[in-house]
Design a protein around this ligand. Sequence first.
Ligand code: ASP
Length: 316
Amino acid sequence: MAIIRKLQAVKTEQDHLLGIQDLSFSKVTSILDQAKTFITLNKSASKKTDILRGKTQINLFFEPSTRTQSSFELAGKRLGADVMSMNIVNSAIKKGETLIDTAMTLNAMHPDIIVIRHQDSGAPNLLSQKVNCSVINAGDGSREHPTQALLDALTIINRKGKVEGLKIAICGDILHSRVARSNIYLMNMLGAKINVVGPKTLLPHSIERLDVKAFTDMKKGLDNCDIVMMLRLQNERMHGSFLPSPREYYEYFGLTPDKLKMAKKNALIMHPGPMNRGVEIDTNLADDINRSVIREQVELGVAVRMACLKIFCKKT
Ligand code: ASP
């Protein structure tokens, strides 16, 4: 009788970064402290270290990305890892392979860390149950984008010294935004007060259960805020009609100098990108070097991702 031997992967326990909700305060602190050391390194003439020499990092982006993917790629390279970014368009996924089959194929190549972005909420969690390496969530559906929130926190700390006690307004498409969710969890953990602002159709029901105040009037929502965080309309996740027109949206919820007057005089403007100028933000405000820290968010994003790769990468 033929003996059929089935290959069974032996799953080892790994530390994954799947969402802010799973992180302890001390883990957040160690990521941010570690990231601070990389800010300096990233400004120096020689940016390369060998902290992850010999480690293999695979970037698996199922959704478009400019900032996050390039940031993770640079971060891995600066730490000395071998970085491979899968080109999904030319991969077997386009031939119908499932996420799990792709994961098992990649797992057989012994990566130490996989960075994944996926349109489905929970995809990184599923992947983490199937592979033997660490998994970092680079954005899953409308659920979480933990490294975005961590880099936002680092940017705020870099400018304001701390997050605790600050009043932060998160404005726009709260319903479909993973950036909003991760930031709500993180900024609450770090002791900020949070207002969420948007049209009723883009504010989730019972959002106040997440310990935020909800506003449909932007001027009221921005009142006396230290930070104004603008979000893009996530049109790719909108099934049905949520808004009258981009023009009307800008009128009521776009950040303009007039509405910004309601916030503190030294309030900072943030945006995770990509930005739609003239839809969620006035083009001059986006470029105002005295108020906007949008470029700094991108810069510090590399440092935060280096810290996350270093801390979460498979150790053995
Ligand atoms: N880049 C962010 C994300 O991937 C924000 C956005 O796309 O609007 O969620």
